[in-house]
Design a protein around this ligand. Structure first.
Ligand code: FAD
Length: 495
């Protein structure tokens, strides 16, 4: 069991080496490739874009300033991710912050409050952090919420899974948790987890996070990567997959156009790229976002085997980069904005080496997740920046303002807006069960991606775990897949 928990070492070396096409070079696809290579198979990653990473993709503008699809933080409660970093020998690239969660106080503009986790084992550290914070919740509110969490703590994973069908608000009222607990704390966490408000979000999502934070001593501690994910995380994954597999490849600008099933519709015959190239493989792992997956699946299969995916849809989100002419005198860790438009933000020049060393404007760069973003997806960049600046003015008590009057006030000198029309799947109540497993009813078709079924939700940890599970599923089926590959080759020869 312990070998299995360790992950990569758990994959037995392949008895039959398979050529596996992995469609999608986000974290899930690259994790699949990494663990397939560890198991002795040969992965061939095909990524549609010219940069690896998908939702962690990042670029540099003409000034050399970095910008990304999303502000990303890693949690201590990400065992598979931390394991991956260790296996790749890059764990020093995670910049850990002090163990605290910082919330803005909407009724006191410019003021923040912290949940400080002392160096005690879980759940004592969380208990002290929550009980010693007097700003957000009253004692009766803390006690009512604590009592409501008892079934989650005692019931474990099965209880948490059962809460998929209820929204956060329904769960709160069922257990008599005062509305203020949701308004003061849970709404901000919900928005950070899935970019939507708690009225729609499945309670399972919140309980998964709370459960890990309560159970693991460092579970809620956050780290920032020290640079751009494509360079600092995705490339080492790709290098590992190609260098250890003897023949594995990672290609960019290689977009899958269609999946071609065999005539009897029992398996994938081959796939076709938008360039017209045909790709044959012993197995295919599709690691694309769920919205793209639905379009790529042959209609008969979608209807017959993947109908539940109809209820999964990516949620729109905007990631904003605000460059200032000087350093801002504001909290600089990850902040829960508790605003109607902003989710979380950080001064990246304080939290991430890349931005500290290379930001061209010489001042702070605030990276913000703007959510819910549906109403702003078609708005101009100026409108998005303006709305965010107004919210920031309130949150920072005027330290940041869209119209500075004093010569000493920080000025916004540049902004970059990145829109993702369909990001992670919207985890509405009931969607947990709709997620597909990595092994599918089609024997040579496997799925990976943070939308597939695994216990870490739509996150980097979920994506990395899904890739590991997909690689395990391929390995488990390797004898059958190898036999089918031989018989197909023979059929082709005789035809
Ligand atoms: P993706 O990253 O979407 O990868 C899919 C890949 O498939 C992409 O590279 C895409 O280009 C490719 N592709 C699509 N179609 C095709 C095709 N036809 N052919 C070939 N390739 C194709 N998670 C956290 O854990 N912590 C955070 O702080 C956090 N913050 C976030 C902030 C934002 C704004 C966003 C958008 C996400 C955030 N996430 C966070 C979620 C996290 O980024 C995702 O869960 C994770 O990166 C998803 O990885 P994936 O491989 O499943 O999917």
């Amino acid at each position: 069991l312990s070998a299995k928990l360790k992950g990569a070492g758990a994959l037995q070396r392949a008895k039959k080496k398979l050529n596996v096409a992995v469609i999608g070079g986000g974290l899930a696809g690259l994790s699949t490739a990494k663990y397939l290579a560890d198991a002795g198979h040969t992965p061939h990653v095909l990524e549609a874009e010219s940069v690896l990473g998908g939702k962690v993709a990042a670029w540099r503008d003409d000034d050399g300033d970095a910008y990304e699809t999303g502000l990303h933080v890693f949690f201590g409660a990400y065992p598979n991710t931390l394991n991956l970093f260790r296996e790749l020998g890059i764990e020093d690239r995670l910049q850990w912050k002090s163990h605290e969660m910082i919330f803005s106080l909407p009724n006191e503009p410019g003021a923040f409050t912290r949940f400080e986790f002392p160096p005690l084992p879980a759940p004592l550290n969380a208990a002290v952090a929550i009980l010693s914070n007097e700003k957000l919740l009253t004692w009766p509110e803390k006690i009512r919420f604590g009592l409501a969490l008892v079934p989650a703590i005692l019931g474990g994973d099965s209880y948490i899974e059962e809460q998929d069908d209820v929204t956060v608000s329904q769960w709160m009222s069922k257990y008599g948790v005062p509305k203020r607990v949701q308004d003061e704390v849970i709404n901000a966490i919900a928005k950070a987890l899935n970019f939507i408000d708690a009225d729609d979000l499945s309670m399972q999502v919140v309980l998964v996070a709370i459960n890990r934070f309560l159970r693991e001593t460092h579970g809620s501690k956050v780290a920032f990567l020290d640079g751009l994910p494509p360079e600092r995380l995705c490339q080492p994954m790709a290098d590992h997959a190609t260098s250890t597999s003897g023949g594995g490849t990672v290609r960019m600008d290689a977009r899958l156009k269609s999946i071609v099933p065999t005539d009897d519709l029992t398996r994938i015959d081959h796939v076709i790229l938008t360039s017209g190239e045909r790709v044959d493989a012993d197995a295919f792992v599709i690691a694309v976002p769920v919205d793209k997956l639905k379009l790529l699946l042959p209609p008969k299969w979608r209807e017959q085997h993947f109908k539940t995916l109809d209820s999964l849809e990516g949620v729109p989100v905007i990631n904003l980069h605000l460059f200032f002419d000087r350093k801002l005198n504001v909290e600089n860790n990850l902040l829960f904005a508790r605003s109607s438009l902003l989710s979380v933000y950080a001064d990246m020049t304080e939290t991430c080496r890349e931005y500290a060393e290379n930001t061209s404007t010489g001042g702070s760069m605030l990276e913000l997740v703007f959510a819910p973003a549906a109403d702003y997806m078609t708005a101009s960049d100026d409108a998005v920046v303006d709305a965010a600046m107004r919210e920031l003015e309130r949150v920072t008590g005027g330290v940041v303002t869209p119209s500075p009057t004093s010569p000493d006030a920080p000025r916004l000198v540049k902004s970059i807006v990145v829109r993702t029309n369909r990001s992670v799947y919207q985890a509405n109540a009931g969607t947990g069960k709709a997620r597909a497993t990595q092994a599918t009813p089609i024997p040579n078709l496997f799925l990976a991606g943070c939308h597939t079924r695994q216990k870490y939700l739509a996150s980097m940890e979920g994506a990395i775990l899904s890739g590991k599970l997909a690689a395990e599923a391929v390995s488990e089926a390797e004898m059958q897949l190898a036999a089918e590959a031989v018989s197909n080759a023979e059929m082709r020869l005789s035809a």
